[in-house]
Design a protein around this ligand. Structure first.
Ligand SMILES: Cc1cc2nc3c(=O)[nH]c(=O)nc-3n(C[C@H](O)[C@H](O)[C@H](O)COP(=O)(O)O)c2cc1C
Length: 144
């Protein structure tokens, strides 16, 4: 089963969303989690934070650190982003930048903590991905 790794500030909006997805959700704010390597496929849920630094960087630092490990990067399936449309051109900048850099898809975007329907949509996307991964694994092992 795909597991969730998320970053969330003290306002906890991404945490609220991640913890409603009905599967293991690991907090990248926890140092031990940040230093671990996912044992299987995983999905990142991240907010964007425009901090006004010179690079216009919006990726939370815990996410950046976690993604340094090449095995962790290889096992990343896709990205879900939380943002706020008030940020205009920077809306979902972190999720979109990570997706572009990693060659993985943005699976889902929502605002703030997401609605009940957002949670349902995201659950469905993850269930479908679980199924797709299980059948591609079955096909791969049938051929050997
Ligand atoms: C200082 C600040 C900067 C933000 N910058 C962006 C941004 O660049 N793009 C965006 O889509 N949302 C931006 N947001 C909105 C947050 O990403 C959004 O509220 C998110 O749900 C916060 O998740 P969290 O409470 O788990 O940290 C910003 C919010 C704050 C407070």
């Amino acid at each position: 089963m795909i597991e969730i790794y998320f970053a969330s500030s003290s306002s906890g909006m991404v945490r609220q969303f991640a913890e409603r997805l009905g599967r293991p959700a690991h907090d990248l704010g926890d140092r031990d989690v940040r230093r671990s390597v996912p044992q299987g496929p995983w999905v990142l849920v991240t907010p964007s934070y425009k901090t006004g630094n010179p690079d216009n960087d919006t990726i939370p630092e815990p996410v950046r650190r976690f993604l340094r490990d090449p095995v962790t990067r290889r096992r990343l399936v896709g990205v879900m982003g939380s943002g706020n449309r008030n940020f205009g051109a920077h809306y979902q900048a972190a999720a979109r930048t990570i997706a572009r850099a990693s060659g993985r898809p943005v699976l889902f975007e929502f605002e703030l903590q997401g609605t009940q329907w957002d949670v349902e949509d995201a659950r469905k996307i993850l269930d479908d991905l679980d199924e797709a991964l299980a059948s591609s694994h079955a096909a791969a092992t049938r051929d050997v």
